[in-house]
Ligand binder design. Structure first.
Ligand SMILES: Nc1ncnc2c1ncn2[C@@H]1O[C@H](COP(=O)(O)OP(=O)(O)O)[C@@H](O)[C@H]1O
Ligand SMILES: [Mg+2]
Length: 232
């Protein structure tokens, strides 16, 4: 078969080649996890088969072999943002951060339209080829119960942006990011609003959400307005 791409909570991913010579990902599940997940209607395969987006891997099939289950997923070129940052020590400039942010909010807009919460947005689950990002790993995805559910993803998207912003900044972690990172006040309040709105459970998050306006279209617009200026 092929090379191991990493071990996670639910199993292992392999890079393989299909009969036509095309790269695919085989995601193998531990049987116990498969059964446990199958009981829920938000199984990764169910969610993925309802999605069609250039920047989300397509589910190509499910294989059962010797009591093992595998997903066959479309292979997305590039490296995870985590590898770019921590293996390759890449410094993301503001133009690149803007590109990645816009694309990420675009994908979230699409997921919102399909009522899907990804549930695990992180630098490990975003692949970038230098031009396009892809959002992978729908292992914790589910259908949204209500509007508030989506805020988890928005907050985690802001976290991803913070990681990228920190890559270009030497004095890491002595003070909170909103004091340390060189951001305009609009940029800072925008990111803070997303992060705080996503974190608060039942408390005062209504107000925070209003600050960033309660929908993904506006979030994307605001990101565009506040971060486009940085691009050179
Ligand atoms: N569609 C894909 N295209 C390219 N690489 C992938 C794809 N899916 C997974 N990978 C690689 O395999 C790793 C683990 O896959 P992931 O779906 O995130 O599972 P988990 O985090 O549960 O182990 C990813 O970090 C990535 O490097
Ligand atoms: Mg993952």
């Amino acid at each position: 078969m092929a090379s191991c791409m990493g071990k996670g909570r639910y199993g292992v991913c392999f890079l393989a080649v299909d009969p036509h010579g095309k790269k695919v990902i085989l995601k193998k599940f531990r049987r116990r996890m498969w059964k446990k997940n199958m009981a829920n209607n938000y199984h990764e395969s169910v969610i993925l088969s309802g999605l069609a987006h250039e920047q989300i891997p397509q589910l190509l099939g499910v294989i059962r072999e010797r009591k093992q289950y595998y997903f066959v997923l479309e292979y997305k070129e590039g490296d995870t943002l985590k590898d770019w940052l921590f293996e390759k020590n890449k410094i993301f400039n503001r133009t690149e951060i803007y590109r990645i942010g816009i694309q990420l909010f675009d994908i979230l807009k699409y997921l919102r339209s399909r009522s899907v919460v990804h549930g695990d947005i992180s630098i490990a689950n975003v692949i970038d080829d230098g031009e396009h990002i892809s959002l992978i790993d729908f292992g914790l995805a589910r259908y949204a119960g209500d509007e508030d559910d989506f805020w988890l993803d928005y907050a985690r998207a802001a976290d991803v942006l913070l990681y990228l912003l920190y890559s270009g900044y030497p004095g890491k972690g002595k003070r909170p990011w909103y004091e340390e990172l060189p951001l305009s006040s609009e940029q800072r309040e925008f990111l803070r609003g997303l992060i705080e709105a996503g974190r608060s459970e039942n408390g005062d998050f209504g107000e925070k959400k209003r600050q960033v306006e309660n929908n993904i279209t506006n979030i994307k617009k605001q990101f565009q307005e506040y971060f486009e200026k940085d691009c050179s």
